[in-house]
Ligand binder design. Structure first.
Ligand SMILES: Nc1ncnc2c1ncn2[C@@H]1O[C@H](COP(=O)(O)OP(=O)(O)O)[C@@H](O)[C@H]1O
Ligand SMILES: [Mg+2]
Length: 361
């Protein structure tokens, strides 16, 4: 690590005291995260400094602008400073710096005595994560979502994703389509479903909201001792969208009994108990602030995110694995099959899912 380079970055932020250490931190997959410790009159202060991944985020200034607006709004509503990410300003009053290579860096207050979980260990953890994302939605309900940049256009526009899937099937670059006919049929047979959320928005049933778009458990900080939700982090993909897709992606990932790339489909199940736990936590966090029509579309959100993800994995498999990183030749196919298995189980448990959410209308 180039100490001089990193110290130069740190010193451009308005930090307390002098630098004690700068070290790589956490298990994030997207950005480069560092823990910075400073000392002032014997008091140690910790900060998180991050280099924004310029490969993923082509317009990092827009990403940070979204974060700045959302965190400023949340701060006014937060009960304590551990409940919201807090950007540290630069010495010239900005919210990020650019280093000599053009990369963008930002700094946050460190959230003390907290943990985040790569895998939820029980229903209670899942409930707490759901609570945090629900509260995020509640606190941002009056935020004008359309003032945020759409930093990844059409991110959850399923009809657009389906169009890209059909193009990948038609192009069949690697001659693989013949071997996955069953999966292609599964996805194409459900094409009428893909516009359900967009149609609901047009009918006024689904409001445009601030969405997080990476609602995994490791993006929620829990209190180290109580294991209660503190705050949502990793706001890079905050954008205008639907609450039900944030909810849905958390279910897609978290209510499965197996890893995203489990090859043995007998192990891949959609857990209705985890769905219930998440719904309960999410609705408690939202605290009655979602519309009834929106609540009734939560199961659609879960199914939409799961099938959308399945078609993206399969499209990438057909196109020669250019987007998702793979560890073996049919990794994307394995992933796609697991998603489709979850979709078929959601369909089997559809009435039960609807019943669970109906309680909250
Ligand atoms: N403000 C913070 N306070 C304490 N830990 C943090 C903070 N922000 C991030 N982290 C830690 O750094 C890790 C990576 O941060 P994150 O913003 O999620 O990056 P990535 O986009 O790479 O996932 C988190 O999983 C968490 O452990
Ligand atoms: Mg993260």
């Amino acid at each position: 690590m180039d100490k001089v380079f990193f110290e130069k970055c740190v010193k451009q932020f308005d930090i307390r005291g002098s630098i004690v250490s700068i070290a790589a931190y956490g298990k994030g997959h997207i950005n480069d995260t560092f823990l910075v410790r400073t000392i002032d009159n014997g008091t140690i202060t910790k900060y998180i400094m991050q280099r924004v991944n310029s490969g993923v985020f082509k317009k990092p200034e827009q990403v940070i602008s979204n974060i700045e607006k959302v965190t400023a709004f949340l701060k006014v509503r937060a009960g304590s400073e551990r409940e919201v990410l807090s950007l540290i300003p630069t010495n010239d009053g900005k919210t990020f710096i650019k280093d000599s290579t053009g990369d963008v860096w930002r700094m946050y207050d460190f959230i003390d005595d907290s943990i985040c979980l790569d895998i939820v260990e029980n229903e209670n953890d899942f409930y707490e994560c759901a609570f945090a994302f629900g509260k995020f939605q509640r606190d941002l309900r009056d935020f004008p979502a359309d003032t945020l940049y759409e930093t990844i256009p059409n991110f959850h526009n399923t009809p657009v994703r389906f169009g890209a899937f059909l193009s990948a099937v038609a192009a069949d670059k690697c001659g693989r389509a013949e071997t996955v006919k069953k999966e292609i049929k599964f996805i194409t047979e459900r094409q009428d479903f893909y516009s359900v959320l967009i149609d609901a928005e047009k009918k006024g049933e689904l409001p445009l909201r601030v969405t997080h778009n990476d609602t995994k458990s490791n993006n929620v900080m829990l209190d180290y001792k109580t294991r209660k939700a503190l705050c949502v982090i990793d706001l890079d993909t905050v954008m205008p969208g639907y609450s039900v897709t944030d909810f849905g992606d958390a279910i897609r990932f978290g209510a499965s009994t197996a890893a995203e790339d489990e090859r043995d489909l007998d192990k891949v199940h959609f857990s209705i108990d985890l769905f219930k736990a998440y719904t309960k936590g999410y609705m408690a966090g939202c605290d009655g602030k979602l519309k009834d029509t929106e609540i009734m579309l939560l199961p659609e959100g879960a199914k939409m995110m799961t099938i959308e993800c399945g078609m993206r994995f399969l499209a990438d498999y057909l196109s020669g694995d250019t987007y998702f990183k793979i560890n073996y030749h049919d990794h994307n196919l394995v992933r796609a099959r697991a998603q489709l298995k979850l979709v078929s189980e959601m369909e089997e448990k559809w009435e039960e899912m609807k019943k669970v959410v109906k309680e909250y209308c």
